[in-house]
Design a binder for this molecule. Sequence first.
Ligand SMILES: Cc1ncc(COP(=O)(O)O)c(C=O)c1O
Length: 372
Amino acid sequence: MKAPLLDLEPIHSPIRDELRQAVLKVLDSNQYIGGPELENFEREISSYCGVNYSVGVSSGTDALLISLMALNIAPNDEVIVPSYTFFSTAGSVARLGAKPVFCDIDPTTFNIDLVKASKLISPNTKAIIPVHLFGQTVAMREISRIADDNGLYVIEDAAQAVGAQYTNRMAGSMGTFGCLSFFPSKNLGGIGDGGLVMTNDGELYELLLSLRQHGATERYYHNRIGGNFRMDAIQAAALRIKLRHLDEWTKTRRTNAAYYLDGLKDLEAQGYIQLPVEVPGNFHVYNQFVIRAANRDALQRYIGERGVGTAIYYPLPLHLQECFKSLGLKRGDLPESEKAAEETLALPIFPGLTNEQMSLVVEIVRQFYASV
Ligand SMILES: Cc1ncc(COP(=O)(O)O)c(C=O)c1O
C-alpha cells in the first residue's frame, strides 16, 4: 500500500459523470470564453465567500497581478509580502517593477509575522499581501488595523485557503481584494489553470473586468493597459460542479487532520515534530498538513522509500532566491522563514485518503523516530 501526497482519482471518480456532462455542455455550446458558465460560477462563488463581486481569471498568479494592476502598483512602490510562500505572491509585485518587501513569519502558523510587518512600512509602502498559508487565515483584524493606520491596501492571497474562515468571515472576503487559485491541487481545483479575484467594491470590480480584457471598456477601445487574464468557460463549468462538493471535502480534510494530530501527538510531546496549530477563531481548511520535523530530509527519504508521498513547501524562502538577489537580503535576515524551509514537510491530507493510508503514514513516521 502507498499513500501519495495527492491523488485526484478518489476525489473525481464520484463526480466524474457530472464533470463530463458539464464539460461536454461547454463543448457543444461553442462558447468557450466567458458566457453563462463563467457568470454563474462568479455569482456562486461570491455567494459562497460572502462577497459582492468575483472576477474569474486565468490563474492565481494572474489574480494577484491584476489586483496589483488595479491598485496602480508601479516602480518605487513597495508591497509587504511574507518570504515563506509560493513564488507568485512576490513575483507578481516584481513584475510591475515594484519592490516586494520580504517579511519573516510566525513560527507556529507559518503566516506573516504582523509585528515584524508593521516595522517594514515606509513612505513608499502601498499594500500588504497576507498569505493564508496551507489553509489557515492570517489574523485579519490586525492586518486591517495596520492597513488602516498606514493607508495600505490589503490583497489577501487566499490561493490555498478557499473556505477557510477568520472569526466566521471567509478567506478572501476581508481585504481590498481576495485572490484564489484553482490549480488542480488546491481545495477547489479546476481541470487546468484558473484563478479568481473577489472584492466588495463596485468600482474596483469594473476596473478588474476591464483589466482582464486588455483594459478595454468597450470592445477595441482601451482606457488603460490590461492583459488577457480571462478564465475559460470549461474551467468555470467544472468549478461550478466542484464548488458544490467543497464543504464535504473540507470536512474530510479536517477529519484527516484530526487523525494525524491524534496519531502523532506523542512524537510532538517528545520534541521530534511540531504539528499544525489551529488558532482559536480560525477555521483551517488544510490545503496542506505541514509538520516541522527534526531530521526532516532523512524523515522524508525514509517514509518516501516506504510509500508515503510528501513535499517540501518551500525549500528556499523568497528573500534568498537568485532572482531577488538585487534586493540585498542574505541568509540570517529572516530566520524563521529560513528555519521553516529547512524543517517543514507536508504529509498526504487530500479527501479520498483512506484510514489505512493514514494509518500507514502515522506508523512509518513513528518507525522513523523509533529508529533514530
Ligand atoms: C500562496 C499561493 N499564491 C499564489 C499561487 C498561484 O496560483 P496559480 O498556481 O494558480 O498561479 C499559489 C498556487 O500555486 C499559491 O499557493
